[in-house]
Ligand binder design. Structure first.
Ligand code: SF4
Ligand code: SF4
Length: 366
């Protein structure tokens, strides 16, 4: 039945195009690596420093790094995400990863990753709110991180804004998006988990209803520039995928080599059988992409939620609309990370958003 449904949905030429491009790109065998234990700022509640992950120092010996690359190539890794500390502080190592794997990097943007040698590197430029909020949360009230980042990366085709939203700052979404659009940067949304229990505007317990609704308004206004679909936004912010609730037992992005996960990996739920999140020492893994002890209840990690959707295709085969929700999520992951033809893929984004629709509006009428 599932096979028959899939065949029927793929009669749609647009869906078939997305599906075939993904198939051609092949399966993703991903890892996450921190190439440095240092950062040039201290954001409020940074997951990396909150769990003292900087204690596991990056190796000084270049051979250790080279051996790590050889080990991962032998293991079949073909996609690497590089996050915190701040990767732009270690450009030669970032270049080695970029030369050997499909690599995506997330940076705070204070130090520009040069174009030369990094021509087609997908760069997620992190921002946590409009200028005042971003400076307060990330620059210690002094460093204008967002302003400097925009200056460094204006109209840079490698870059997308990676915007972490907070419930009390939902009203800033339009302005941040406008600045992304004006600077030629597509926007990808993420959601903040208040791991340091600061409360107030950044308290995730307030819920992301207004955030979601404002993101949906931006999808309507700039459908070709918003990479987080209304469906993805709904899944992440509600923590629900059909009847499943987000949490450790259902998470697909835990390190397979980490003993902590041995029991969990036997629970019959889909998971990424290749994935490891490597600490800066490159020798140890942590439980998952964002921590060792991180409370899953306040986890809104974007990549992990992508995996949750991507590895649960079967749940989405009940109707063409559900399959569209799955396929466009899958395709956007491939597109953001340039695993498919980027220029061509960007011309599909408006249609992808249109096919999903604005879910907060649909919920209002249902
Ligand atoms: S830029 Fe990234 S690694 Fe550095 S403090 Fe902020 S969140 Fe943490
Ligand atoms: S914190 Fe998030 S990514 Fe980590 S195991 Fe929990 S749900 Fe998964």
């Amino acid at each position: 039945m599932a096979k028959q449904n899939l065949k029927e949905y793929l009669q749609d030429p647009f869906l078939n195009t997305l599906f075939q491009e993904i198939r051609q790109a092949g399966a993703v065998k991903s890892i996450l690596v921190d190439i440095t234990h240092t950062c040039n700022i201290r954001c409020e509640g940074c997951y990396f420093f909150a769990e003292d992950m900087d204690k596991m120092k990056a190796p000084k010996d270049e051979h250790v790094f080279d051996d790590f690359i050889s080990q991962e190539k032998a293991r079949g890794t073909n996609f690497v995400t590089v996050t915190g500390g701040e990767p732009s502080l270690k450009l030669p190592r970032l270049k080695k990863l970029h030369d050997n794997f499909n690599t995506t990097v997330v940076t705070n943007g204070l130090r520009k990753i040069p174009v030369e040698g990094f021509e087609d590197l997908p760069i997620g430029l992190s921002v946590w709110g409009d200028h005042e909020t971003d400076t307060r949360l990330r620059g210690g009230g002094k460093i204008e991180v967002f302003k400097k980042a925009l200056k460094n990366y204006k109209d840079d085709p490698r870059v997308m804004l990676y915007y972490t939203t907070t419930p009390g700052n939902a009203h800033e979404i339009e302005s941040v998006v406008e600045q992304g659009v004006q600077n030629g940067l597509p926007i990808l949304f993420s959601y903040y988990g208040d791991i340091s229990n600061k409360g107030g505007d950044i308290d995730h317990n307030r819920g992301f209803g207004e955030v979601r609704s404002n993101i949906d308004k931006m999808i309507e206004k700039y459908p070709h520039m918003i990479m987080t679909s209304s469906y993805l936004s709904k899944v992440i912010s509600t923590g629900m995928l059909y009847n499943e609730k987000w949490g450790y037992e259902n998470c697909c992005s835990v390190s397979v080599d980490n003993d902590k996960n041995a029991e969990k990996l036997k629970n019959g739920k889909p998971f990424n059988p290749h994935f490891n999140a490597y600490n800066p020492d490159l020798a140890s893994t942590r439980r998952c992409c964002i921590g060792e002890e991180r409370d899953c209840d306040n986890c809104y990690d974007l990549w992990a939620h992508y995996s949750w959707i991507m590895l649960n295709m079967r749940k989405h085969l009940g109707s063409k609309q559900e399959f569209t929700n799955w396929l466009t999520s899958m395709y956007s992951f491939y597109l953001i990370n340039r695993l498919v033809d980027f220029e061509k893929g960007m011309t599909y984004v408006a249609e992808m958003n249109k096919r999903i629709g604005i879910l907060t509006k649909k919920e209002l009428v249902s």
